[in-house]
Design a protein around this ligand. Structure first.
Ligand code: ADP
Length: 213
């Protein structure tokens, strides 16, 4: 059993901003990572705890022989059908919440980073973490990186970005920012400085907690 840390971060940023790259750097320095996308994905993977309820509410035809949710079929079902989409989210969201909380409680690092791609969009996350860290770059850089990584076209990447909060809105929600416009060295330096600051903040959060007991 690990110890829940009194100090936690929500790390967010637009698609291709460099969230994964930056999160992994913090993990290399010793921070605990909780990847909410991964947890969400596992819920509807083979053996995932959301699968029985998805089968009950949508029908067993939405479950593949290996026990995973049929993602492409579900995507078709919820696309342009807000009621169906809300039904799926009502199954998934509480489970994402409880599973991420469980992972946070089991984390053993000096502080925990929750990687939440849609933190700014989803509202409640901001109140569940001590600070929000935004990984930021220009929209042109996002488009270039995602095109290189995925082979999507520029309009396809733009469409994904249009469904996310814009750069300004995200920066407004930030307590700290990693600027990821330049090369990897530049973010390494920023991450080292922030990590030292988070260690300090985690220490004082712990001291405050003990003093209040
Ligand atoms: P996100 O998780 O926000 O979608 P990633 O960390 O996966 O972003 O980064 C998107 C892509 O851009 C990846 O292929 C990654 O290796 C690359 N990348 C990220 N930051 C940089 C950088 N500073 N210089 C060069 N490539 C980068």
């Amino acid at each position: 059993m690990g110890k829940a840390t009194a100090f936690s971060l929500g790390l967010t940023g637009g698609i291709g901003s460099g969230k994964t790259t930056v999160a992994n750097m913090f993990a290399d320095l010793g921070a605990s990572l909780v990847d909410t996308d991964l947890i969400a994905h596992q819920l509807s993977s083979p053996g995932g705890i959301a699968v029985p309820e998805i089968s009950r509410q949508f029908g067993p035809e939405f479950i593949l022989p290996d026990g995973a949710m049929d993602r492409s079929k579900m995507r078709e079902r919820v696309f342009n059908h807000p009621v169906e989409k809300a039904k799926l989210e009502a199954i998934l969201h509480p489970l994402i919440r409880s599973e991420t909380e469980k992972a946070g409680a089991e984390a053993t690092g000096p502080y925990t980073i929750f990687v939440v791609p849609l933190l700014v969009e989803s509202g409640s996350w901001k109140t569940r973490v001590s600070r929000v860290l935004v990984v930021d770059c220009s929209e042109q850089t996002q488009i270039r990186r995602v095109m290189a990584r995925s082979g999507l076209t520029e309009p396809q990447v733009q469409a994904i970005m249009n469904a996310q909060a814009n750069r300004e809105k995200r920066l407004q929600a930030a307590d700290d920012v990693v600027s990821n416009e330049g090369d990897i060295m530049q973010i390494t330096t920023q991450v080292r400085l922030l990590h030292a600051k988070y260690i300090d903040l985690a220490e004082s959060a712990k001291t405050n907690l003990i003093q209040r007991l």
